[in-house]
Write a protein that binds this ligand. Structure first.
Ligand code: HEM
Length: 183
């Protein structure tokens, strides 16, 4: 996983909680590959994001799922600001989500050829409902839900996201996300 994501996690914890929580989260992780300073374009084992988010969840008493979701929501806004050229003004939330694979994540791959990105399948239901199938061996769908909620904020909408693990071993590697527009 790219250092960019780790450094955003550290900033997120400092902003949402405080420096002390950030420090504790790092200390409890023991030896990290980067000793707590991550270079944007470098890759680090993705398990470390689970370790850090797990520590944060223990320290704050917020579930791991909610911790990932909360971070994903925050991260989307940061990435959207940093990569504003990927957004066009006349786009809708559902239009944007459905272009995720063919557009945004392809651009991400151009910038970071070794990026580990999830796959998505889309099943539009009607104008207020979109089904997205998340596929990734990293099993980070809660983070994806946060990104979807961040995107909704970006487009001035509010969504409810239902989640159902449809992977064979119920290990979160294939998850159905039902995105419902509330307004
Ligand atoms: C609602 C929109 C989005 C969703 C649902 C989404 C979902 C995800 C998920 C779940 C991951 C974790 C990896 C995995 O599960 O295998 C990921 C990684 C990533 N995404 Fe997206 N994403 C979205 C939008 C964006 C945007 C707008 C950008 C940047 C412009 C972006 C850049 C990245 C990057 C840099 C990574 C990390 C790749 C790595 O570290 O190897 N994503 N995305």
């Amino acid at each position: 996983m790219k250092g960019l994501i780790f450094s955003h996690l550290l900033t997120f914890v400092e902003k949402e909680y405080d420096k002390e929580t950030q420090q504790k989260m790092l200390e409890n992780a023991g030896r990290l590959s980067a000793d707590g300073t991550y270079a944007e374009g470098e890759s680090y084992p993705y398990e470390e994001i689970f370790q850090l988010a797990g520590n944060l969840s223990t320290i704050t008493n917020v579930s791991m799922a909610k911790t990932f979701e909360h971070f994903g929501e925050y991260l989307f806004i940061q990435l959207a600001r940093a990569f504003s050229q990927f957004f066009s003004p006349d786009e809708t939330l559902f239009g944007f989500l459905q272009k995720l694979e063919d557009h945004i994540h392809i651009e991400v791959r151009k910038k970071y050829p070794d990026a580990n990105l999830p796959g998505f399948e889309f099943e539009p239901i009607d104008e207020n409902n979109l089904k997205m199938i998340y596929k990734s061996e990293r099993a980070m769908s809660d983070f994806g839900i946060g990104m979807i909620k961040g995107a909704a904020i970006w487009f001035n909408r509010k969504v409810f996201v239902g989640k159902k693990d449809i992977s064979k071993d119920l290990d979160g590697t294939r998850v159905e996300l039902h995105v419902r527009l509330l307004w």
